[in-house]
Design a protein. Structure first.
Length: 311
């Protein structure tokens, strides 16, 4: 089994209130503390088939530039998903299955590029995806518990799709077993590994109680199994993979400083609290956010205006 990171964005950041403030409130955390951010998804090559975990941002997503009030900045785009996949030696037609952790656009943006793949998704999230019916597999989690997780589906030998509600109502995680290690692809159970070690929820969830339950299950699993934690929104995800670094909750991974960031001054900008997309009137023909139609949705994740906050 080969596991690869598909690297899409680099040199971003997120603030401590965004990453840790879901239960105690953002006001109880320091907005001047920033953690490194990025965007990468993952691929499993079993030798018999190629399985993707999520498919990044839509290729046409514009590059955003943060200002000093931005809560999350995914970073600078490295490549579109299909181009990044090609760098690893794979073509869309090689992919047989896509395991979606959840519905947000930074995890499902290029599902359309894989017309031959079966797309697995939690049933509560399925209606949000524009996937042909013949390709869509609404997960039934019919194989019972996976260790301390209550419901799972075996996808292939050593690969399990696990119900993990909270971040979204149809949220799932993926665990791959290889060479005595458990590789956990968790989507956005945490946005940064610092939140895992500090046992904190981010501010983004559809069900806080279920999000807490899922994080508890994740931490319990990690305490009892040698786990490589593969995050989507921090470079620690691919660094953990490259080093095959096993999580020790009692020994947090070092928090490294963010790289150099070029800021610009906000001018009527709003940020999507779900995916970090920044609406800038200057890049949208001068149309103020307040003047957008009420049915306008985020071009990255499809959320409505109510999920945006003024910067």
């Amino acid at each position: 089994m080969k596991i690869k990171a598909i690297k899409l964005y680099e040199n971003g950041f997120m603030t401590q209130p965004f990453a840790l403030g879901g239960e105690e409130g953002m006001e109880n955390f320091d907005k001047n503390v920033k953690y490194r951010s990025s965007l990468q998804n993952y691929l499993i090559d079993t030798g018999e088939e190629v399985i993707l975990i999520d498919t990044g941002m839509p290729a046409e997503t514009p590059q955003t530039v943060p200002d000093e009030n931005s809560m999350i900045f995914m970073g600078t785009k490295i490549a579109s998903y299909v181009d990044a996949l090609a760098k690893e030696g794979y073509k869309p037609e090689d992919v047989s299955k896509i395991l979606v952790t959840h519905k947000h656009g930074d995890h499902t943006g290029e599902l359309r590029a894989f017309p031959n793949a079966k797309v697995y998704v939690g049933p509560e999230d399925a209606e949000e995806l524009n996937v042909p019916e013949e390709n869509l597999v609404k997960a039934t989690y019919s194989d019972g518990p996976y260790y301390n997780f209550p419901a799972s589906k075996k996808i292939a030998d050593g690969i399990y799709y696990i119900q993990a509600k909270g971040h979204t109502n149809g949220n799932s995680i993926v665990i791959a077993e290889s060479d005595g290690l458990f590789y956990m692809f968790h989507g956005d159970v945490t946005y940064t590994d610092e939140a895992l070690y500090e046992n904190k929820l981010s501010i983004v969830f559809e069900d806080k109680e279920k999000a807490r339950e899922t994080l508890n299950n994740v931490r319990d699993f990690i305490q009892n199994h040698p786990t490589v934690y593969l995050s989507t929104h921090t470079p620690l995800g691919y660094e953990n993979l490259e080093e095959r670094r096993v999580v020790d909750l009692a020994v947090p991974t070092e928090t490294k400083p963010i790289g150099d960031i070029v800021y610009k001054t906000a001018a009527g900008k709003y940020i999507c609290l779900i995916c970090g997309y920044e609406y800038d009137p200057a890049e949208n023909d001068g149309v103020a956010f307040e003047d957008l139609p009420e049915d306008w949705v985020c071009p990255m994740c499809g959320q409505g205006k109510e999920q945006f906050e003024k910067e």
